[in-house]
Every structure is written in C-alpha cells, then in structure tokens.
Design a protein around this ligand. Sequence first.
Ligand SMILES: Nc1ncnc2c1ncn2[C@@H]1O[C@H](COP(=O)(O)OP(=O)(O)OP(=O)(O)O)[C@@H](O)[C@H]1O
Length: 228
Amino acid sequence: MIIFQDVSICYPNGTYALTDVNLKIDKGDFVYIVGPSGAGKSSLLKAIFKEVSVKKGQLFMFDKNITRIKDKDVPYLRRQMGVVYQDFRLLSDKNVFDNVAFALRVIGNPKKEIDRKVHQALDFVGLRNKVKSYPHQLSGGEQQRVSLARALVNQPALLVCDEPTGNLDPDTAHEIMGILNNINLRGTTIVMATHARDIVDQYRHRVIGVKDGKVVRDDAKGGYENDF
Ligand SMILES: Nc1ncnc2c1ncn2[C@@H]1O[C@H](COP(=O)(O)OP(=O)(O)OP(=O)(O)O)[C@@H](O)[C@H]1O
C-alpha cells in the first residue's frame, strides 16, 4: 500500500527531515512510528499525506508512483486517507455533525448520503448523542473521537495519525486506542506516530523506529524499547 524507495525529504530551508528511507507498509498493517523529538516522524507522515515533496527517491501509494504527482491530483489521493492530529483540528464554529460532514459536502455528496455516512461514523466512535455540540462543549477525548469520525467518514483505506493520544489522559488514550484497533480490525491500514511508550507496549503492533531522519528499527509486534 505504501512503499518508500530511498526517499529523502528536504524542507525549503534546506533541512533534511528524512534521508534514504526504505519502507513497505502493507494493506491492513497497524504500524507505530516511534523516535525522539525531531527524528522525522511527522515528516514521514507528511510525505504520505503529500504535504511535503520528495526530494530524492520514489514514493508509491495505493499501487501508484506518487513521487511527482500533480498538485491537481493531490486531493484525489488524500480522499483515500483519513488523518488525525494530536490537537484535533476541529472547526470551532461548526457543530459535531458539520465537522464530520464538511469534507463530504466539499466533494458534493448528496444530502441523504451525507446524513447516513455521518451518523454511521458517529455511531462507530460512540458520539451519536453529541451531534449538535460544538467542539468547546466536548472533552478532549470526545473531540478526538469527532476527529476520528471525520477521518473515517469517507471509508478511507488508510488512516494516518500524528500523536493521536498526545493530548489525552491515560484512560481516554486507551479509549482512543480501542477505537483505532477496531478500525484496523475492519481492514483499514493505520500508520501512527507516537511517543506513548505504554500504548506501544500494551497494544502490540509493528514498530518502526526513526532517528535523525533514518529508519533504525522495524519490528513486528515490537515494544517501545529504551532507545526511544
Ligand atoms: N516546516 C519545516 N521546515 C523546516 N524544517 C522542519 C520543518 N518541519 C520539521 N522540520 C525539521 O525536520 C526534522 C524532523 O522533524 P519532525 O517534525 O518530522 O520530527 P518528529 O519526529 O515528528 O518530532 P516530534 O516528536 O518533536 O514531533 C527536525 O529537524 C525539524 O526541525
């Protein structure tokens, strides 16, 4: 589903965030990306989400070479992915329903279809009773569940999560992990950058370690390990 072939990422100011990364992530995988601050975890996710361009090497997503994809084709690529951030990034002036419906409206889904999909996504994350609430009326865990519903509403093949439990207390983090595991069990591939040692140790999945912009470990069902 995702193949990095000798990929290097360089920001406009000349900083290399990834150097010669080789990686293969298969359909249905659940992968943690771990590593110290500044290692390149978010940059790796940004490469997948096409927020940064590939300086060197080749990047394949969904069986297509997207290394030099045209700007106009990026929205179509992104429609196959959902994305979840540490700070939720909900629209503060829209209620829960409208936050989840937003992207479906942008791509012109019919109203009936939007209603069905939004309610289905909110049911999945257990938030049907909050459709009319605004983000400031929700707890952090509830806001993250809204952002998960928003990411899932178009049934993406891939979910990219950047520190999804980073702003949550331990119990709420475990709730979110429960939902992520269920999403993965339904067949959705998950790539999740995290610093959460206890989560990585408790919910065992593949662990890819990044340090100084390079992949330094790749363990099936590994733990967090002390180096990180
Ligand atoms: N927009 C940017 N412009 C220039 N350099 C950047 C930019 N974003 C990140 N970097 C640099 O790229 C490197 C990797 O950063 P990245 O955010 O990917 O690390 P990270 O592992 O996600 O860190 P953290 O755990 O602190 O979020 C760092 O040296 C960082 O300073």
